[in-house]
Design a protein around this ligand. Structure first.
Ligand SMILES: [Zn+2]
Length: 268
């Protein structure tokens, strides 16, 4: 089974986005993990060659250039629909499949690339009314964005470059003292420092992958490095000693993209 990327699964409450659903506007609330996903044949066909949302946006842009019309992606014509039970019944969806697809989407942001099977023989292709997509038109702070804005699995833009720089710095910190290990008076401490650099590099790598736990690794390793940096180590400069400050800066520049369990999350 192939899957297409559909953003919006980071919120805790979605709304029924089937415009033809009797639950009306703005749509019944659908808590995280619940609801029914409907993939029309048109959407499955359209997304067959653009599984991720960045590709979808390119395709939409290309199409609108070719046709000379501005295709509004804001209505989410190119994304599957998350709906309440009323809507799913009205469309005659196979409820167990549509519910399982919804659960899977909440967990992974991925939706199977095939039309949702119907429960009975009643073929409803009432897609014209189903213009409202899963996401992200109901998300706070993103109501004006098209639904095909890529929700990537990794950091984007400056925060990504920042994290990669610190991965490189910390790997350099791991490698640099290798030669000192044999002839140093404090091989244990150097080895420990290399370990801290490894942890910090791994932490930044996890942050690139948008894993909040990476920040604990970065801050933890750098805090320990800072503390042992207070001790004078002859002939050796502890590279992680000053890493605490970039670690803290990292929090502020990545919190728009990474959902941290503390502070005020800026992730939509
Ligand atoms: Zn509904």
């Amino acid at each position: 089974m192939r899957y297409m990327q559909v953003s919006g699964n980071e919120q805790n409450l979605a709304r029924c986005s089937d415009n033809s659903c009797p639950c009306g506007l703005p749509g019944a609330g659908i808590p995280r993990g619940e609801g029914y996903v409907y993939v029309s044949k048109e959407i499955a066909d359209f997304r067959a060659d653009c599984l991720n949302e960045a590709e979808t946006r390119l395709k939409v842009d290309l199409l609108s250039t070719q046709t000379g019309t501005a295709i509004s992606a804001a209505g989410g014509v190119f994304a599957p629909i998350l709906m309440c039970e009323q809507g799913a019944r009205k469309r005659g969806l196979d409820l167990s499949v549509a519910a399982a697809d919804a659960q899977h989407w909440w967990k992974t942001g991925l939706v199977p690339l095939r039309p949702t099977p119907l429960a009975g023989a009643g073929t409803s292709s009432d897609d014209a009314a189903a213009r409202h997509a899963v996401a992200p038109s109901h998300l706070p702070d993103s109501s004006s964005q098209p639904s095909v804005v890529p929700q990537t699995a990794t950091l984007r833009g400056f925060p990504k470059g920042w994290a990669i720089v610190w991965i490189v710095v910390n790997i350099a910190g791991v490698l640099a003292p290798m030669s000192d290990l044999s002839d140093s008076a404090v091989p244990g401490l150097i080895f420990f420092t290399m370990l801290l650099n490894t942890v910090a590099a791994t932490g930044y790598f996890l942050l690139v992958k948008k894993r909040a736990i990476g920040l604990y690794a970065v801050l933890g390793a750098n805090l320990v490095g800072f503390l042992i940096g207070i001790v004078q180590v002859p002939g050796y400069y502890i590279t992680v000693k000053t890493g605490l400050i970039p670690g803290i800066i990292t929090y502020f520049i990545t919190r728009k993209q990474i959902r941290y369990p503390f502070g005020r999350s800026r992730v939509n």
